[in-house]
Design a protein around this ligand. Structure first.
Ligand code: TYD
Length: 221
C-alpha cells in the first residue's frame, strides 16, 4: 500500500471471462464517484485502455498472437503503455484508479491457463516494475456459470474460445493468487444477482481502502 499523504488509490477488478467485471466496474465507479467526487475517479481496463492500445487489444483478442510467450509480451507492452499514459498520471494527481484486469490476469491466464512458468512471468513482471495495486477485488464464480452467461450474450473471443478446461485452470489460478496475497486480494462471491454482487463489492472496497488515509472518510457505501 502506498502511504504518501496525497497518493492516489489503485484498485483492480479481476475474474474469469463472464464473471461480470464490466458491470461491477461501472457500478463501483458510480458509487466511488458519489463518495469522493466525479473528477477523482478514473475507470480504465486492460488490454487496450489507453491511446495506442487499440491495435494491441485487437492483436491479442483476434487470435493473431497464438504463441503464449508472444501473447505475454504483448500484454506487458500494453500494460507499460497503459501505466505511463493513464494510471501513473492519475495516481500522481491523487486520483482513484479503477482498472478492469491487471497483472493478476497475466498470472492467472498466462501461467495457469497457458502453462507458462510462474518464475519466468513473475520475473518479467518484477523487471517491468509495474505499480502494485492497493486493493484487488476478485469476482469469484464457477467457470461453468460464467460460460453460460457469456453464451447468453453471444460472446466468444479467441481467449474465451480456449475452452472450459482453460477457464477452469484460470479460475483455480485466481483462487490460488488470492490465497497467496490475502492482504491485497479480496474475494467476492459473484454468483448472485447484479445488485447483490454490487453490494458485496462496495463493502469489500470500503473495508479494503479504510487503511488508506484520506480515502475512507465520508463514504456511505
Ligand atoms: P476482455 O474482452 O477485455 O475480457 P473481459 O471483458 O472478460 O474482461 O478480454 C480480455 C481477455 O484477455 C480476457 O480473456 C483475459 C485476457 N488477458 C490475459 O490473458 N492476460 C492479461 O494480462 C490480460 C490483461 C487479459
Amino acid at each position: 500500500m502506498r502511504t504518501e499523504p496525497d497518493a492516489g488509490l489503485f484498485i483492480t477488478l479481476e475474474g474469469v471471462d463472464g464473471s461480470g467485471k464490466s458491470t461491477q466496474a461501472r457500478r463501483l465507479c458510480a458509487a466511488l464517484e458519489a463518495c469522493v467526487g466525479e473528477g477523482r475517479v478514473v475507470r480504465t481496463f486492460e488490454p487496450g485502455g489507453w491511446e495506442g492500445g487499440a491495435p494491441l487489444r485487437r492483436l491479442l483478442l483476434d487470435g493473431t498472437a497464438q504463441d503464449p510467450r508472444t501473447e505475454l509480451l504483448l500484454f506487458l507492452a500494453d500494460r507499460s503503455g497503459h501505466l505511463r499514459a493513464v494510471i501513473e498520471p492519475a495516481l500522481a494527481a491523487s486520483k482513484l484508479v479503477l482498472c478492469e484486469r491487471y497483472s493478476d490476469s497475466t498470472l492467472a491466464y498466462q501461467c495457469w491457463g497457458r502453462g507458462l512458468e510462474m518464475d519466468f512471468v513473475l520475473g518479467l513482471l518484477e523487471l517491468c516494475g509495474f505499480v502494485r495495486p492497493d486493493l484487488t477485488i476478485l469476482l469469484d464464480i464457477d467457470p461453468d456459470e460464467a460460460a453460460r452467461r457469456l453464451a447468453e450474450r453471444g460472446r466468444a473471443d479467441s481467449i474465451e474460445a480456449g475452452g472450459m478446461d482453460f477457464m477452469r485452470r484460470v479460475a483455480e489460478g485466481y483462487r490460488e493468487l488470492a490465497r497467496r496475497d490475502p492482504d491485497r486480494i479480496i474475494t467476492v462471491d459473484a454468483s448472485g444477482t447484479e445488485d447483490e454482487v454490487a453490494a458485496f463489492v462496495e463493502a469489500a472496497v470500503c473495508r479494503g481502502r479504510s487503511a488508506a488515509a484520506g480515502w475512507g472518510t465520508g463514504c456511505k457505501t
